[in-house]
Design a protein around this ligand. Structure first.
Ligand code: EPU
Length: 414
């Protein structure tokens, strides 16, 4: 339940990156030792992936609120996939990790947010190029290899998931694997840094050509997850949306450039420090055009939040989705709140209105849900958001953090 109209002011600290940690935890399967992972966000996707690994024989323990110790030495080769795998997208990283470790993986087709078709052909292409055979029995994918041998793999589309999965499968393979047209997202660099800290030999992560020299063994160590780019962006947009003044702490400003640049175009003041960013909102918001793209472009995972902000800008904004087929499900909810948005294929034409009006709305997906929270903070009156479990998948204590910034927000009993 959100009562709008409060300016957000103060400081907020960003948690560890969801899309990095959900790759790093399965990557621990490849490690012959104990991994200590720091700055782990307390979100549902983490709890699910940890439980899946525990069900496979891993020993995992939170030694404090954000430090996860994980020992996968006694993980068993899967004979049947875990039903929990359907609950999250990142369970498909188990394919690469199990294939890399056991040369055999059996994984249920993943769930996660629904943005139209979410093919995994590039993952499969990568595994096959390394020497695996991959087959799909209804919703179960089975990958098997006698040997995994490095090779050059050109991705037909820039894909975060396949870049990560191929890295996982190639780390212990024989010889050298080169992933060309690789995704460059900060979480890809983070996974490579984690694997290198455990003894892998990966170069070029963060560029479009990643070179992985197979090593015989990874051993344990300590690694700290990067801050969450999208959580930081969500607070930055919320600050601008409420005409507030918020210092967003624990960020890597370089990761925020595309978001900061758009907020400045919209009219907000953005001040970068070493590891924090201050956003000050302005009275009038200018319309802007945005196309979501792979990193370093404007992130698709910030699209609902920025569209929500633009729904009260002074004119017409065009927002084109450049990654997913269909990521505008949440727009129907904004319309209930009085927004004027027309979606035509992959483009949203957002005509700014004077204000949004509180209404009962649904979190259609994780980031759409974050958009609804921002809409509620901006709106006149009260907004009731249902299906907030989507938000809990990827944001740690979102309502507590907003409350600390002065928002009038609370969670009804489940
Ligand atoms: N694609 C293919 N074939 C493939 C894989 C992808 O055609 O084999 C296409 C997809 O259909 C899509 C595009 O390539 O059009 C990009 O997909 P990508 O593989 O990059 O997405 P993903 O790995 O499934 C991750 C994040 C998403 C985020 C996207 C894009 C995780 C767990 N998920 O998904 O995050 O939207 O990258 O940046 O890292 C979120 O956090 O809210 C979220 C949905």
């Amino acid at each position: 339940m959100v009562k709008g109209g409060k300016r957000l002011c103060g400081e907020v600290t960003v948690s560890g990156a969801k899309n990095a940690v959900v790759a790093v935890i399965p990557a621990a399967i490849l490690v012959d030792g104990v991994c200590v992972v720091e700055n782990v966000p307390n979100i549902k996707d983490v709890r699910v992936i940890v439980t899946i690994l525990e069900n496979m024989g891993a020993v995992a323990e939170f030694t404090d609120a954000t430090t996860l110790t994980i020992d996968c030495r006694h993980v068993q080769k899967q004979t049947e996939p875990d039903a929990l795998m359907r609950k999250m997208r990142a369970s498909y990283y188990l394919l690469g990790a199990l294939l890399g470790r056991f040369h055999s993986a059996k994984v249920t087709m993943p769930g996660g947010c629904c943005f139209g078709t979410r093919p995994i052909d590039q993952h499969i292409k990568g595994f096959e190029a390394l020497g695996a055979t991959v087959r799909q029995d209804s919703d179960v994918i089975v990958a098997e290899a006698e040997r995994l041998v490095g090779t050059s793999i050109y991705l037909d589309t820039v894909s975060v998931g396949s870049t990560i999965n191929i890295m996982l499968a190639a780390v212990l393979a024989e010889g050298v694997t080169v992933i060309e047209n690789a995704a460059k997202e900060p979480h890809i660099v983070d996974l490579a840094n984690f694997l290198n800290a455990m003894g892998a030999n990966i170069k070029g992560a963060g560029t479009d050509a990643i070179k992985i020299k197979g090593v015989k063994r990874l051993s344990g160590g300590t690694y700290s997850i990067i801050p969450d780019q999208i959580e930081a962006g969500t607070f930055m947009v919320a600050a601008a949306a409420t005409g507030g003044n918020v210092l967003v702490k624990n960020v890597i400003p370089k990761h925020m450039e595309s978001i900061s640049a758009k907020l400045v175009e919209i009219g907000a003041k953005v001040i970068e420090y070493d590891d924090s960013i201050r956003v000050e909102g302005s009275e009038t918001l200018s319309p802007v055009n945005i196309k979501t793209q792979p990193y370093p472009g404007f992130p698709t995972d910030m699209q609902p939040q920025i569209v929500t902000l633009l729904s009260v800008a002074n004119g017409i904004s065009l927002v084109r989705e450049g990654v997913w087929d269909n990521r505008f499900q949440y727009v129907g909810e904004l319309l209930r709140m009085g927004a004027n948005i027309r979606v035509d294929g992959k483009t949203a034409f957002v005509t700014g209105v004077d204000h949004l009006q509180g209404a009962p709305v649904r979190a259609t997906d994780l980031r759409g849900g974050a958009g609804m929270v921002i809409a509620g903070l901006m709106a006149h009156g009260t907004t009731e958001i249902t299906d907030v479990e989507h938000i809990d998948r990827g944001y740690e204590d979102l309502e507590t953090k907003f409350k600390q910034l002065g928002a009038d927000i609370h969670r009804e009993n489940d």
